[in-house]
Design a protein around this ligand. Structure first.
Ligand SMILES: NC(=O)c1ccc[n+]([C@@H]2O[C@H](COP(=O)([O-])OP(=O)(O)OC[C@H]3O[C@@H](n4cnc5c(N)ncnc54)[C@H](OP(=O)(O)O)[C@@H]3O)[C@@H](O)[C@H]2O)c1
Length: 354
């Protein structure tokens, strides 16, 4: 029996977007832990009803509520329904998400508004409504499902990434402001999970991308909805009392691996110390101060996670090779040409997002 098995007996949980994908697994896991579950959907009623049937089969109550979270009036209606049916709430999982996946220059105001409203605004105003319902129960747990795209650059993910960054910021503020009501707030950032959501990513149309993601994951497989659900169950348990406002990554170690094109700037000595001058040969197209061998990567971790993403190295573009003249200057970086007044050593690391 795991730490969370049956520990939520008598609790009421709301999981937004729980007819499909990760939300479905969370709803079923919380029901298995003993909670009654409010299942929210927007467009697909049949899978939501199916999840409700499974919850009821496990001996728990299920309430299915259609609510489009981009509308604040629907958010209010959802919580009115919960108040009427359960007169309180113990767990709120902000899982539903939507968005327009396209490059920055093709984004539109309507797509921004939709994405931000469903993924971020709804979280704040749902938490406003959840808090008094939780207070009636003596406290509660809130978990937001974020994404690595909140802090890293993923293909076509700019607006969803911004909405997830807002979600993570809201998580921290709510964790502090709701603490006096004994409400614990945290977030989860899952790696790649095989759900319908992936159909909306052009880059994932190539099945080899998934194979490469697996090869780049120390745990040896991608994350499953059940993995995320297990972590949610833990974050809704009393054991989590001292964890507040954190974003927990669950990706099998995928993001631990340094990108292949990270360049570590090693020391470049001034010629005034001739015996210690070590200037590696220049890589074509790179300024000499960055012209270093790519770091060695162990077998199995060699592929780029997004091979279809054009190689973009903005940090290098602003540093064109100069055949002669004054030293190049860049924050944290200096070249060591004879006669330059550049600092003696380079200690910085340049990271290039892939
Ligand atoms: N899959 C991944 O690789 C991955 C990775 C990192 C983070 N995540 C995050 O994990 C969460 C779940 O993702 P998923 O992959 O399970 O997504 P999914 O399979 O696409 O399911 C999305 C869910 O959100 C609901 N939804 C969408 N728009 C809504 C709206 N306006 N109002 C109410 N509900 C709405 C959908 O309901 P309907 O079926 O009724 O439309 C559906 O249940 C999201 O927050 C996502 O950003 C996923």
């Amino acid at each position: 029996m795991s730490i969370t098995e049956q520990s939520l007996s008598g609790k009421t949980a709301l999981v937004t977007g729980s007819g499909r994908g990760i939300g479905r697994a969370i709803a079923l896991r919380l029901a298995r832990a003993g909670a009654d579950v409010v299942i929210n959907y927007h467009r697909n009623v049949a899978p939501a009803e199916e999840v409700a049937a499974l919850v009821r089969e496990s001996g728990r109550k299920a309430l299915v509520v259609r609510a489009n979270l981009s509308k604040t009036e629907d958010v209010d209606m959802l919580f009115d329904s919960i108040g009427s049916a359960f007169n309180g709430l113990d767990i709120f999982i902000s899982n539903a998400a939507s968005g327009f996946n396209r490059p920055a220059l093709q984004q539109k105001v309507t797509g921004w508004d939709w994405t931000m409203n469903v993924n971020a605004r709804a979280f704040l105003f749902a938490a406003q409504r959840a808090a008094p319902l939780m207070e009636k129960r003596g406290g509660g747990h809130i978990v937001a499902i974020s994404s690595p795209g909140a802090s890293r650059v993923l293909p076509d993910y700019i607006v969803v990434g911004a909405s997830k960054a807002a979600l993570e910021s809201l998580t921290r503020y709510l964790a502090v402001e709701l603490s006096p009501m004994n409400i614990v707030v945290n977030a989860i950032a899952p790696g790649l999970v095989m759900t319908d959501a992936l159909k909306h990513f052009a880059v994932l149309g190539d099945p080899q991308v998934i194979d490469r993601a697996v090869a780049n994951t120390p745990a040896g497989r991608v994350v499953t909805p059940e993995d995320v659900a297990e972590l949610v169950a833990f974050l809704c348990s009393p054991a989590v009392f001292m964890i507040r406002g954190q974003v927990i990554t669950i990706d099998g170690g995928f993001t631990l691996i340094a990108p292949r094109w990270s360049l570590r700037l090693r020391s470049a000595r001034l010629p005034s110390h001739p015996g210690r001058v070590k200037r590696p040969p220049a890589r074509q197209g790179l300024p000499s101060c960055l012209a270093l061998p790519l770091p060695h990567l162990s077998r199995g971790f060699r592929s780029r996670p997004y091979p279809d993403l054009p190689l973009q190295i903005p940090a290098l573009r602003c540093l064109p090779e100069q055949p002669a003249g004054p030293a190049l200057h860049h924050p944290g970086c200096s070249s060591a040409r004879p006669g330059s007044q550049a600092p003696r050593q380079i200690h910085s690391t340049v990271r290039i997002a892939m």
